[in-house]
Design a protein around this ligand. Structure first.
Ligand code: NAP
Length: 307
């Protein structure tokens, strides 16, 4: 059975940066893309704060360029999902659905998945009026009325994006303070197509055969329940780190983010974590890329000492 020097799990900015560095160090990295090649940035629009792009760059374009750069140095990309890992001893064993293989070091860069509200009938209505991705689904709401819920940068970004397509956007948030940066909130406030609904919580989605046609909202000051006519609801309320399959081999915090020491080292020697999976604080493309670089260099050093 082939034993890889470095296996990277996840193809967001952390995983792909790790791949670029590991490939350039002649470690022949293999990177598993999972179900979402390119990670969360493939569901975003313009990225204005990634250094080097004076006028911004579209998220999917940035990720396809990073992929091409990793491949140019010999990274092998496999479009499968790792389902299990045994890191009890080296080489580590890993499994996709039907294949087992081994790795001397593993870099976990699995990022995080969008959270949802857990509304009644939510699963049934996903894709039929409920969504967690404006870039993916916004197109279906041209000249329609939509709502976005959340008070972070994601919610602001989605509201602004949707305002270019929809006839009206409601931004529903549960408290007057925002987690989003001031510049993003100011942009939403200045947008004539966006109406803020604060402090409100979404209680349930109303629907007919064709999907969502309204929301029941609770005014959190008066406790009154009100109906709001919308054609869709975009949930932008944060993300859950994808750490479940690594739990025996890593420590996680109360939200599931992998705890690291000495930059990207987990509690299992040879197992590293980079990007949003190990970062409850910053969660930026540029910080994820930086962590990917660190993980690859730490994996290289580890291999030199444990060959
Ligand atoms: P976030 O900052 O964690 O914000 C999540 C928001 O959802 C909060 O306002 C929270 O409300 C609300 N929320 C959570 N659970 C809820 C529930 N059950 N019901 C109603 N509301 C709920 O998440 P994010 O906006 O996805 O951003 C994550 C990170 O990515 C941040 O560091 C952000 O800066 C970054 N980001 C950056 C950009 C950019 O720079 N272009 C774009 C997107 C994201 P409370 O505030 O009341 O808890």
């Amino acid at each position: 059975m082939e034993i890889h020097d470095v296996v990277i799990i996840g193809t967001g900015p952390a995983g792909l940066t790790a791949a670029i560095y590991a490939a350039r160090a002649s470690l022949n990295p293999v990177i598993y893309a999972g179900s979402m090649h390119g990670g969360q940035l493939t569901t975003t629009t313009e990225i204005e704060n990634f250094p080097g792009f004076e006028h911004g760059i579209m998220g999917p374009k940035l990720m396809s360029d990073m992929t091409a750069q990793a491949e140019r140095f010999g990274t092998k990309i496999i479009y499968e999902t790792i389902t299990k890992i045994d890191a009890s001893k080296r080489p580590f064993k890993l499994w996709t659905h039907d294949t087992e293989f081994q790795a001397q070091t593993v870099i976990i860069a699995t990022g995080a998945t969008a959270k949802t509200l857990g509304l009644p009938d939510e699963a049934k209505l996903m894709g039929r009026g409920l969504s967690t991705c404006a870039t993916c689904d916004g197109f279906f709401y041209k000249n329609k009325i939509v709502a976005v819920t959340g008070g972070g940068d994601s919610a602001m970004e989605e509201a602004n994006y949707l305002s270019k397509l929809a006839s009206k956007v409601y931004l529903i948030h549960r408290r007057p303070e925002f987690r989003a940066s001031k510049i993003m909130v100011d942009r939403v406030k200045a947008n004539p197509k966006i109406q803020m609904m604060i402090p409100y919580a979404v209680e349930r989605a109303l629907s007919d055969q064709s999907g969502v046609n309204g929301l029941m909202l609770k005014n959190l000051e008066s406790n009154k329940v009100e109906e709001l006519k919308v054609d869709g609801l975009f949930m932008a309320i944060g993300h859950k780190p994808n750490s479940d399959i690594f739990l025996p081999w890593v420590d996680v915090d109360s939200h599931g983010y992998i705890k690291t020491t000495n930059h990207t080292a987990t509690k299992t020697p040879g197992l590293f974590a980079a990007g949003d999976i190990g970062d409850p604080n910053f969660k930026q493309a540029i910080t994820a890329a930086g962590m990917g670089c660190q993980a690859a260099m730490q994996a290289q050093k580890y291999l030199e000492g444990h060959s």
